[in-house]
Design a protein around this ligand. Structure first.
Ligand code: ADP
Ligand code: MG
Ligand code: ZN
Length: 472
């Protein structure tokens, strides 16, 4: 490829407040059309907005989660446009003085992506088009849902950097309680701005903006498609038009929505009905103190202090509730690796099978910790530890009791073991012969026979030791 892609992101996150941003309607996904509306959020004349303080606080937290400066002064503006999804005919947003600026996140390869700003705004409603009847219907439930928009500098050069950034934003917002970051439900939506320039150039090309991507995978595919499309235009001596495009998952392509020529003149002006948002340094510090440990810090703790492999640590931090569960378990018993293995192994497997989430299970972090401890001390085998998890999913119960009731407690008394091994070696004399003649693979078979003969509670580690000694 002859061109260097350049990308910048605009990410919208719906804030996890109880009510909408300028009225007291419930802020909740779903519901029948136009049931979560009131005169204010449906744009009735004469109504006045009242700013939701909780939304402002969450926007500040988003700033702390992304290394931004959170400002003592920020203010709202009106962005004017006519479209039926916006009953007031203007959107209240922050234009001149956003609440947060100048942040960054480090992505794969240690590259720093600069964040230009984070501002607060209200969401618009939804239009449902019925092509068959030739009509469009408006649902205003989403009107006035509080949003933040995170705007980056055009610092991305690869798909991997973009995808890593989006995953990190989603996790950081989830950890901070800012947004549930469910891309498939649209609570986190990504617009990708992308342009190409010849390698070695430092003059950016004209960009296209791909709107409302709703999965990390779509982001990757939409970028790949755009690189292809723009390369062909440039190869043929043409010019990329600055425009907004929509990615279609089914066709795996992007189509123009509107070009800059017909772009709106938003005629921004200061919102006269909302006073500026003023914070003292102390108030900002109070909010900062409420910040939880962020996922990238947890990742460092898991890999550096607990020596968990990076791939495993990534999986644990992916969901906050899962990571919280892990943290509670290792604080009960510091068997970091064993607990991680159990949780990423049988616990995750059972969660997938049952469709449960980690906060719905019948057992506690301490139960997993106890199970891991018993396996680590050789009280039960690692295989039994897995079986214990399955039983805990089905019925719950104290790990010690489950282990006893199911005969998982290993017999660590080796006195009878010699006889059992001798018996097996005699019965399998020909196999033993082959093993001694160099077929080392047969060890597993002989080992299996001894375990079988020794019964359920046998300790594989001790058997292996004794058998190895005998076969020397
Ligand atoms: P506008 O005000 O027209 O929306 P912005 O300067 O706010 O433009 O940029 C919007 C987004 O586009 C930002 O994420 C920015 O990083 C990105 N961007 C700007 N110029 C380019 C470019 N030439 N190529 C790719 N992305 C760009
Ligand atoms: Mg913009
Ligand atoms: Zn309302």
């Amino acid at each position: 490829m002859r061109y260097q892609p350049v990308m910048g992101l605009e990410i919208h996150c719906e804030l996890l407040t109880d009510s909408k941003v300028f009225c007291s309607c419930q802020n909740e996904f779903g519901g029948s059309e136009n049931t979560r509306v009131c005169p204010r959020c449906s744009g009735m004349p004469g109504t006045l907005p009242l700013l939701n303080k909780g939304a402002v606080k969450l926007a500040a937290k988003a700033g702390f989660a992304t290394n931004c400066t959170v400002h003592n002064y920020s203010a709202f503006d009106r962005k004017n446009y006519f479209y039926p999804d916006l009953p007031k005919a203007y959107q209240i947003t922050q234009f001149e003085s956003p609440i947060c600026t100048d942040g960054y996140i480090d992505v794969v390869g240690g590259k720093r992506i600069r964040i230009n700003r984070i501002h607060i705004e209200e969401d618009a409603g939804k239009l449902v088009h019925d092509d068959y009847e030739g009509i469009s219907l408006a649902d205003y439930n989403r009107c006035g849902v509080p949003l933040i928009e995170i705007v980056t500098e055009p610092d991305f050069r690869t798909v991997e950097e973009v995808q890593d950034f989006v995953v990190q934003i989603a996790q950081r917002m989830q950890y901070s309680g800012v947004c549930d970051a469910r891309m498939e439900q649209g609570s986190l939506r990504v617009d990708v701005n992308i342009s190409l320039m010849p390698y070695g150039s430092d003059e950016f090309g004209t960009r296209a903006e791909i709107k409302n991507l709703n999965s990390v995978k779509s982001i990757g595919r939409a970028i790949e498609y755009e690189i292809q499309r723009q390369s062909e235009i440039l190869d043929n001596g043409g010019e990329v038009v600055q425009e907004t495009r929509r990615y279609n998952e089914n066709h795996d392509d992007t189509k123009a929505l509107r070009s800059k020529e017909e772009a709106h003149d938003y005629r921004y002006f200061p919102e006269p009905d909302i006073p500026p948002v003023l914070f003292t340094d102390e108030e900002i510090e109070e909010i900062r103190k409420e910040m939880p440990e962020l996922p990238h810090k947890r990742f460092e703790r898991y890999t550096e202090e607990y020596k968990i492999p990076a791939e495993d640590a990534k999986l644990i931090i992916a969901q906050k509730a899962f990571s919280d569960f892990y943290d509670e378990a290792v604080s009960a018993v510091p068997e970091y690796k064993m607990i991680s293995n159990l949780m990423l192994g049988e616990v995750s497997h059972q969660l997938n099978e049952t469709g449960m989430s980690i906060d719905e299970v019948r057992f506690s972090p301490a139960d997993v910790a106890k199970t891991a401890e018993m396996a680590a001390k050789g009280v039960i085998s690692k295989g039994s530890a897995k079986d214990m998890i399955v039983i805990m999913f089905e019925k719950g119960g104290a790990p010690e009791d489950i282990a006893k009731e199911n005969g998982f407690i290993m017999d660590n008394d080796t006195s009878g073991l010699d006889d059992i091994i001798d018996g097996v070696l005699a019965a399998q004399a020909d196999v033993v012969e082959k093993y001694k003649n160099g077929n080392e693979k047969l060890f597993g078979f002989i080992m299996g026979q001894v375990i079988k003969a020794a019964g359920k509670g046998a300790n594989p580690a001790l058997i292996k030791e004794a058998l190895t000694a005998k076969l020397k």
